[in-house]
Design a protein around this ligand. Structure first.
Ligand code: ATP
Ligand code: MG
Length: 327
């Protein structure tokens, strides 16, 4: 009986970058490595994870749970027909209400934290709506999926910025003065020198040094892990250094570079045919990449990862040479 539980939220700044495909196939890969896994559709209002898992949309979901009030949360978690893998639907029969109350959110977070499985994979909606940021904060280490398109990378940085601001505002919420500094900084663009998180920390330290320390310690707990999707070539990873600097200088946190998935026509083909990518096309490059990420999750998720960028570049070059013969 596995007692340890790892929750992995999967988010993105921009929509359509492949979160659901990745979350579904990562869940299957983890399950096929022998770990009990629950794939959760938390894209409330736009749930479609079931399609990537080859399931019908006929089960009640989180929307029904919050609306009805008399459904037990455990009853929502259904078998998938895939050994070790269960599924928790999002909208289910009740398309989600955009605003959930504070109490509903607390109830939902508590239930999500208590799901009994070795891995709980959360497929989130795109962007930075409040619920998404809250769900991403369910774990210190979450995954952010991005493509290499400039708009996707920019939105990913914006997601992280909004997330960190939310974390900070939670810590300083009882200090009106600090909160006001945060609110006015939040309304201005990032990275223009004075508007970095380190500038904010200095400002908070002027008011209350202990509070600033608490903010710093809390922010340091978070270590997002980036998965690059729809890549064409390992050279695209040349952006890593610049990305690291932007995140470090602007947000005073570090992120790990965790995975690279090549663009693969089989992904869309599988979706069109209502097939499950990693099961029907296990030898496709995207399936191989996701399988590799799943093995990495089981091996290193709890560790701190030094030089993750170098590691990812080496891995990606190796996959590229194996697959394309280095062309
Ligand atoms: N590695 C890939 N190669 C080719 N196509 C891909 C790849 N990954 C995802 N796709 C395609 O990209 C599209 C978007 O994928 P998906 O629905 O998983 O994105 P998403 O981030 O969950 O979107 P949303 O923000 O709307 O929830 C789909 O058509 C999917 O088949
Ligand atoms: Mg999705």
């Amino acid at each position: 009986m596995e007692t340890k539980r790892t929750i992995i939220p999967v988010a993105s700044g921009k929509g359509g970058v492949g979160k659901s495909v990745f979350a579904a196939n990562l869940s299957i890969a983890l399950a096929s490595l022998g770990h009990s896994t629950v794939a959760v559709d938390l894209d409330l209002g736009g749930s479609n994870l079931y399609t990537c898992l080859g399931l019908p949309n006929k089960y009640p979901g989180i929307g029904d749970f919050l609306k009805a009030g008399n459904i037990r949360f455990e009853e929502l978690i259904v078998p998938t027909g895939i050994p070790n893998l269960k599924f928790l639907p999002g909208d289910g029969k009740t398309p989600f209400m955009a605003n959930i109350s504070y109490n509903q959110r607390i109830t939902l977070l508590k239930e999500l934290k208590n799901i009994s499985a070795r891995y709980v994979i959360l497929d989130l909606g795109a962007g930075t709506v409040f619920n998404t940021l809250t769900f991403f904060g369910l774990a210190y280490k979450g995954m952010i999926v991005t493509s290499f398109e400039t708009s996707s990378v920019m939105n990913f940085i914006m997601f992280l910025r909004n997330f960190i601001f939310r974390v900070i505002s939670n810590v300083v919420r009882h200090n009106r003065e600090a909160l006001n500094i945060l609110i006015s900084a939040f309304q201005q663009p990032m990275g223009t020198g004075s508007l970095t998180v380190s500038y904010l920390l200095d400002k908070i330290a002027d008011i209350d040094p202990k509070l600033a320390n608490r903010v710093r310690e809390t922010c340091n707990c978070y270590r997002p892990r980036i998965v690059f999707n729809m890549g064409d070539h390992p050279d695209e990873l040349n952006v890593l250094e610049k990305l690291d600097n932007t995140i470090r200088q602007g947000l005073s946190i570090a992120a790990d570079h965790f995975g690279f998935i090549f663009y693969d026509d089989m992904v869309r083909k599988a979706a069109k045919r209502k097939e499950i990518l990693i099961r029907q096309y296990p030898d496709s490059i995207a399936s191989q990449n996701i399988g590799h990420i799943a093995r990495r999750v089981t091996r290193v998720w709890d560790r701190s990862l030094g030089s993750s960028g170098v590691h990812l570049i080496e891995d990606t070059q190796r996959h590229y040479e194996m697959w394309y013969g280095g062309k």
